[in-house]
Design a protein. Structure first.
Length: 617
């Protein structure tokens, strides 16, 4: 399997970079709270369907516990009446003990089943979220910032772990309350009427809470994600911050969302307080009213002493429905968290597999871009671009920073699809080729190769995990990397976390990873920018053997790199301005200015084309 089966590394072109800090994460997180809860409910319903077996067991255990709770006051009443009336006390106490034992066992099983269901749902959400994040590719990085994704993966996906227990226990509380009211009616109908009169105010209070608390709940989670995004940005630029002495300023920038986060938290607490104190007063008031009515009925001889004890217990049990407020708070949090996960899952992937894939014929790697247009963030980066790369040729892609070089090469292997136009490989549109087959045909090496795998060997063989040590070493020698790898503490078995690698050494490992792929088209996306000129020439000469007869497209920032290619594709204003050898383009001052503006570029004389023959020569 070639290198392209791995996730795309960050691109070199600034147009491809996500907005620093607050941009993408903030936009993605500012969804309509009502829509967020609706999508969250939809995802939670899907989780219920997927894990209906364990949830059915949880519901059964909860039902047994609720039934035992409802039976307990009745058994207690029998025991009291047996003591007062001289009945069978032993049978009454034995029945009460049995109910207590069954209830305790059901409660223990309920806790275990709830934990199991919650962990399964969390794992399912996180696996789906990780998979979709990788599917979204570079457009996903622009929409969902790293810290925002991390927040959704940890907090948002972890919150629904309590959903099964909350859902079942909430249903059990409602059922218990209904059962307690029925039991009160069986004791004396006036007791049930007295309790039911307090239900409408409680329902109204809960509805007010749900209506007012949705938005601050969503805002709170969004601002948490924004803080995480800013912190990750600062961590990546820690050396720059330290060198500039701006740590205090950076701390203030990171913690700036604390103000709206605190405001959202206070709004949530205020709503909870407004509803909570009403419910906390309503519950004991109902108990007082019902027990008072029961006392009056006892004096009239319509209720026994045991009935009074049972009525007090059932009233307390029914008034426990006030605890549903806390359940509603937790369920609302679950809905918002699941909605944030669903927002990523519902995002359109960067590329979609073809419905009816066509085979990619054997070919020399002829590449053709026809009227390719790509828009990024409302800006047209590539505008009706046409480019024909001859098979077996080495083509350098040259253009000023921000002109979309990385965007162009990303369309070749379908790391992203153009908005208009099409890309063809050996005469077949790449959009019609099955993605696994396309990944075998196109291999990439990036400016900042990702450290994927456990060891240096694993990193080079990441896309070909079955590669032998000899094959890995051969690829490393091709990229002039074998020498410094052998000097590492454990050579190729050195853990990546313990391998001190410079930028140039890391790029050479990325080139070795690409060299290990047996692809007809190799794309080097600024993959030699960190190499000194002598090392770049050695690597280029070493790559000649493996690239012989293959097509290669190289994003070039140095005149010497462009000079070693067969042809130069000059990208300007979203189109190919010229396709010609470097020596023919060099007299044009506008072409020379492209290199003068690039890091490491030079407006000096061009490197002679004969100094280092290009891979395609």
């Amino acid at each position: 399997m070639p290198l392209t089966s791995a996730p795309a590394d960050p691109p070199a072109d600034p147009v491809d970079e996500p907005v620093n800090g607050a941009g993408p994460g903030s936009r993605a997180g500012a969804a309509d709270p009502v829509a967020l809860r609706r999508d969250g409910r939809r995802l939670l319903r899907a989780a219920v369907r997927r894990f209906r077996g364990p949830l059915a067991l949880l519901a059964a255990l909860t039902a047994v516990r609720a039934a035992s709770m409802l039976a307990m006051p009745a058994m207690l009443a029998k025991a009291v009446d047996a003591v007062r009336g001289g009945g069978d006390l032993t049978a009454a106490v034995a029945g009460l003990a049995l109910v207590l034992a069954v209830g305790a066992a059901a409660e223990a099983g309920e806790e275990l089943a709830g934990t199991y269901c919650g962990s399964r749902i969390t794992a399912w959400l996180r696996h789906r979220l990780i998979g979709r994040v990788l599917e979204l590719g570079e457009p996903g990085r622009r929409r969902f910032a790293t810290g925002d994704v991390l927040s959704r993966l940890t907090e948002s996906a972890g919150g629904p772990a309590s959903f099964p227990t909350l859902l079942v226990s909430g249903a059990a509380t409602l059922a218990t309350t209904a059962g307690a009211v029925v039991a009160l009616a069986l004791i004396d109908w006036t007791l049930a009427v007295a309790f039911v009169l307090g239900v409408p105010p409680a329902v109204l209070a809960l509805r007010v809470f749900v209506a007012k608390a949705s938005e601050p709940f969503a805002e709170y989670q969004r601002h948490q994600a924004e803080i995480g995004t800013r912190l990750l940005d600062a961590r990546q630029g820690a050396r720059t911050i330290r060198a500039a002495g701006t740590a205090d300023r950076e701390i203030r920038r990171i913690l700036l969302p604390l103000l709206p986060l605190g405001a959202a938290g206070r709004r949530t607490w205020a709503v909870q307080g407004q509803v909570g104190w009403r419910l906390s007063l309503l519950a004991p008031l109902l108990q007082i009213v019902v027990v008072g009515v029961a006392g009056v009925r006892l004096a009239a001889g319509d209720v026994t002493a045991g009935g009074l004890v049972a009525a007090a217990s059932y009233t307390s049990m029914a008034a426990g429905a006030a605890a549903l407020f806390d359940t509603f708070v937790a369920l609302l949090n679950c809905e918002v968290g699941a909605g944030r996960v669903a927002e990523v899952l519902d995002a359109a992937p960067a590329v979609r597999p073809p419905e009816r894939p066509v085979p990619l014929p054997d070919g020399p790697g002829a590449l053709r871009l026809r009227q390719v247009t790509v828009r990024v963030g409302g800006r047209t980066v590539l505008d009706g671009l046409d480019l024909a790369v001859p098979p077996g040729a080495a083509v350098a892609l040259v253009g000023a920073s921000g002109t979309g070089k990385s965007v162009l090469v990303s369309t070749i292997g379908r790391l992203l699809d153009p908005d208009e136009g099409r890309v063809e490989l050996d005469g077949v549109p790449v959009a019609d080729v099955a993605l696994p087959r396309l990944r075998l045909a196109v291999a990439y090496a990036f400016e900042r190769p990702a450290l994927l795998g456990a060891t240096v060997h694993d990193m080079i063989a990441y896309a070909r995990p079955g590669a032998t040590r000899a094959e890995v070493r051969g690829a490393a020698r091709t990229a002039a990397a074998d020498g410094f790898v052998q000097a590492l503490p454990a050579g190729y078995d050195t853990p990546l976390a313990e391998a001190p690698l410079s930028g140039g050494e890391l790029q050479r490992l990325g080139l070795a990873r690409a060299a290990l792929a047996d692809a007809r088209l190799l794309v080097l996306d600024d993959a030699t920018s960190s190499l000194d000129t002598a090392t770049e020439m050695r690597v280029t000469l070493a790559l000649r053997e493996i690239l012989d007869g293959r097509t290669s497209l190289v994003v070039a920032r140095r005149p010497a790199t462009a000079a070693r290619a067969d042809l130069v594709a000059w990208l300007d204003s979203g189109r190919i301005r010229a396709l010609a050898p470097h020596a023919e383009l060099w007299p044009d001052p506008r072409y020379r200015a492209v290199f003068a503006a690039e890091p490491g570029g030079s407006p000096g004389a061009p490197a002679p084309c004969t100094a280092a023959p290009g891979p395609g020569t």
